[in-house]
Design a protein around this ligand. Structure first.
Ligand code: URA
Length: 440
């Protein structure tokens, strides 16, 4: 078998065999297929597509291209959650302890942020002492003891995805539903989970801007998950406006902890809390251990907060972060206020994400440094009534110049109109598994 055969076959619209897909994944993982041939194949696959069987075959081959985490010995059910990425998305920090408090074993590998999309590892590492470098044994021991563990992605799991993703990033082949599906699910399978809750973000701050695109990705993830032997439940959720109030690493952890403490604050934070409870309800229903009301009780009783403290302590964090917000503070602050009275029609997640990125909260390029202290707090969400002079955003910056520059940028992120508006709900759609398909 050689790579040219695969490239030509896909160029001409032919379907690959399982053996061909294994050859490709192994060649990517081991570096035996050169980048120029992998790139040519990626473009052919991007343009011609992969049928469901090919996508499932590629997923399994990529999952098998490296080590897999064996969770044997941990109490079941083994559940993972994953978001396709958005602005202000800190749900993992609430969901992991919340679901562990409900009896699920949550073992999760998280990534770093790139561009306007934040990464859970960066957020948690903003907490003094929190370390995210558990090896597989330490991860299992911790999950056995307290029901949850989170670590960074190791290059040893699904190395084919690492190689292919790096090429997709620079060859215009990221936005392909079969390739995204195989990329996400291969890492989930290699990570050992049996059930995965997938939050597919939809809107200006997400990969998938429109509902039909997000729905198509969600359906593909459900269908290929089933073909690959993984129980996948997907929700399509709103990313037209930032999720919650905070965008920026330490700010987001502070907001997540406020939800775990049961504080009721801004409407923006209530929307975030609501989404956490909806996703927790989906997870609990999927594994037959309850529903949203079970999660609401675990949050209300303080059980989720106690679990979060166990988690943070196990991963080395300073538990003082639960009692005070006076940590990882940026030196400069500035506020944007409303120029007029009216109803908020738009809080553009993309623009808010770009503003946070330019402050240093995110990475313009892979490997760039971030500033954990900086970011934006949004005080309003779509549908809110605001008075002229009322606060819209608070910017946390490394200096006054950055703060003022960002305030100017944020004035383009919000639109205020005379007519009352209603926001679209956080949870847009819950996909139902279309079941295994045999067609192309
Ligand atoms: N997230 C992934 O892990 N892979 C993709 O291809 C896209 C988003």
């Amino acid at each position: 078998m050689d790579a040219r055969e695969l490239i030509e076959g896909k160029r001409d619209g032919l379907a690959h065999t399982t053996a061909q897909l294994q050859f490709l994944a192994e060649g990517a993982a081991r570096g035996t297929i050169p980048d120029y041939q992998l790139s040519a194949w990626l473009m052919a696959a991007f343009l011609r597509g992969l049928n469901p069987e090919e996508t499932a075959g590629l997923t399994l081959a990529m999952a098998a291209s490296g080590e897999t985490l064996d969770l044997a010995g941990l109490p079941k059910p083994w559940v993972d959650k994953h978001s396709t990425g958005g602005v202000g998305d800190k749900t993992t920090i609430v969901l992991l302890p919340l679901l562990a408090a409900c009896g699920l074993t949550m073992v999760k590998m998280s990534g770093r942020g790139l561009g306007i999309t934040g990464g859970t590892l960066d957020k948690l590492e903003s907490v003094p002492g929190f370390h995210t470098d558990l090896d597989p044994e330490a991860m299992k021991d911790q999950a056995k003891e307290i029901g949850l563990a989170l670590t960074g992605q190791t290059p040893r799991l699904a190395p084919a995805d690492k190689a292919l993703y790096a090429l997709r990033d620079v060859t215009g082949t990221v936005a392909s539903i079969p390739l995204i599906t195989a990329s996400i699910l291969s890492k989930k399978i290699a990570g050992g989970a049996e059930t995965v809750i997938l939050d597919v973000k939809c809107g200006s701050g997400a990969f998938m801007r429109s509902l039909p695109e997000a729905r198509a990705l969600a359906q593909s993830l459900e269908q290929i998950g089933a073909l690959a032997g993984l129980k996948v439940r997907t929700a399509v959720t709103d990313m037209d406006q930032p999720l919650g109030s905070a965008v920026g690493n330490a700010l987001e952890v502070k907001e997540a902890l406020s939800v775990l403490r049961g504080e009721t604050g801004l409407e923006t934070t209530s929307r975030f809390r609501e989404l956490c409870l909806s996703l927790a309800g989906i997870a609990l229903k999927t594994v037959g251990l309850g529903d949203e009301s079970t999660a609401t009780r675990a949050l209300g009783s303080g059980a989720a907060l106690e679990k979060a403290k166990d988690w943070f302590a196990a991963q080395g964090a300073d538990l003082g972060v639960f009692d005070s917000n006076n940590w990882s503070l940026a030196p400069s602050r500035a506020e944007l206020v409303a120029k007029r009275t009216g109803y908020v029609r738009r809080v553009d997640a993309r623009r808010v994400g770009e503003a946070a990125l330019s402050l240093g909260a995110g990475r313009p390029t892979k490997g760039a440094a971030i500033d954990p202290r900086v970011g934006v707090n949004s005080f309003v969400c779509v549908g809110d009534h605001v008075q002229a002079g009322g606060p819209l955003f608070e910017v946390h910056a490394k200096d006054d110049e950055d703060a003022q520059r960002t305030v100017a940028k944020l004035s383009l992120a919000v639109e205020i109109v005379d007519e009352p508006m209603s926001a679209r709900p956080c949870l847009l759609e819950l996909e139902t598994n279309p079941g295994p398909s045999t067609g192309a």
